[in-house]
Ligand binder design. Structure first.
Ligand SMILES: C[S@@+](CC[C@H](N)C(=O)[O-])C[C@H]1O[C@@H](n2cnc3c(N)ncnc32)[C@H](O)[C@@H]1O
Length: 401
């Protein structure tokens, strides 16, 4: 069953963060028994987790919790949302183990040459926090179409706030339209590991500052000091933390200091007056306070002089192998018209609307070599050129496990 010579990779390429974790015997038995697309409830009852038995058997009205845990990914479909918890939940389509950090990064559209830094938990969180790269690129390409129409300069400089490991940043830098592009001279986040990841990847083209954004009193001065540019940024973008609005965070929203960071983003926009801004957050932000928070955010952005479009986008519609949804706000200074949401580039099945079908888990994992066992720091990267065969079943997917 191990890889055939045709599956050997030829180019010398390092694959970072592609290390398998071993599971305890009980969890391993569950993993072994899961078929493609199956979840905990599809396992024989004797393998159910104790708390799962409680949820399903004794209180069948309960939703969420352990019955959502553990699913063997279907290689012919996009994955469910990758979060920091996906690493105890998503089982590889054909290997009997949970997915690696690199596989999750592939599902988020991160390039293979971006190495996540920090502890395993930290790396998992950085991947799970990110905006899928292809979705980001579609948003910014659409923004550039407006910039091109309005005769803006060919290169727009952007300030990245709450940058994390850089999903949104990489998408911005990949975006293009009619010769227009975006550069990111400055990215700010207060998390050391994420800053290390991004600065290591971005190199000299981006200054990455580890800094609490709410402690920056004068954003314009901070920008000038960090970038040495006399002109302010053309674009400000970022994804303020969303735990306060997520289901898991119980929608504490504005009582939680993390909820206020959205208005820190607006403060930066107000101070810097860029031509454009892009802010992303979780889709259920709209349900906080019966829609009151969404209205408040829109009003505060409009009061700064922007035409604001907002919508919920699905990453699979833009070429990411994941059904992740994000709420996006795109602002455009009054005289520049309105940007709106980007047109979709994919659809659930090919030929519908003449677009290609969704990318799948199998597409995303294709070409990855066999994983390294272990998990020690020095074993985090492996060289594909060491004649490691591709993960067996991804070369030719069998019908089911
Ligand atoms: C949802 S994540 C952003 C993900 C990022 N947009 C991406 O695509 O990879 C939110 C980020 O905000 C950062 N953050 C939270 N509070 C902050 C603060 N007060 N100042 C600066 N960064 C902060 C977190 O460290 C985290 O990386």
């Amino acid at each position: 069953m191990l890889g055939c010579p045709a599956c050997l990779r030829s180019e010398a390429k390092t694959v970072y963060n592609h290390v398998a974790r071993s599971s305890g015997p009980v969890v391993q038995r569950r993993i072994d028994a899961l078929g493609i697309g199956q979840r905990m409830q599809d396992l024989p009852e004797e393998l159910w987790h104790e708390s799962f038995r409680y949820y399903v058997k004794e209180d069948s009205t309960r939703r969420g919790g352990p019955n959502l845990r553990m699913i063997r990914l279907d290689p012919s479909k996009p994955s469910l949302t990758v979060t920091g918890y996906a690493f105890n939940k998503f089982v590889h389509p054909h290997a009997d183990r949970f997915i690696t950090v690199r596989e999750a990064a592939r599902l988020q559209g991160f390039p293979d040459d971006l190495e996540f830094m920090g502890s395993l938990t930290s790396m998992q969180q950085q991947v799970g926090n990110a905006v899928p790269v292809e979705m980001s690129s579609a948003i910014f390409s659409h923004l550039l179409a407006n910039a091109s129409k309005n005769g803006q300069s060919k290169k727009l400089n952007a300030l990245s706030l709450f940058s994390g490991a850089g999903g949104l940043d990489i998408g911005a830098q990949r975006s293009k339209h009619d010769g227009h592009c975006i550069e990111v001279p400055l990215a700010i986040d207060n998390w050391k590991d994420a800053c290390d990841t991004l600065s290591n990847y971005a190199g000299p083209r981006t200054t990455v500052r580890q800094q609490d954004i709410s402690k920056i009193d004068d954003p314009s001065e901070y920008w000038r000091d960090a970038t040495r540019l006399s002109r302010g940024p053309d674009v400000v973008f970022g994804g303020p933390p969303c735990q306060a609005f997520s289901q898991a965070g119980k929608q504490k929203a504005l009582c939680d200091p993390r909820g206020e960071l959205i208005f820190e983003f607006v403060r930066f926009v107000s101070d810097l007056s860029p031509s454009y801004f892009v802010m992303e957050n979780v889709p259920n932000l709209a349900s906080v306070d019966n829609g009151g928070l969404l209205k408040q955010i829109m009003r505060s952005m409009q009061d700064c002089g922007y035409n604001v479009s907002t919508g919920v986008l699905c990453a699979a519609d833009y070429g990411t192998a994941q059904l992740r949804k994000r709420r996006v706000f795109v602002g455009c200074r009054g005289h520049l018209g309105s940007v709106g949401m980007p047109p979709i580039t994919r659809c659930p099945s090919s030929n519908l609307y003449g677009l290609p079908g969704y990318r799948t888990v199998g597409d995303a994992f294709r070409g990855l070599p066999l994983v390294a066992e272990g998990g020690k720091r020095e074993e985090r990267s492996i060289r594909a050129a060491e004649a490691k065969p591709e993960e067996p079943a991804l070369a030719t997917a069998p019908d089911s496990a």
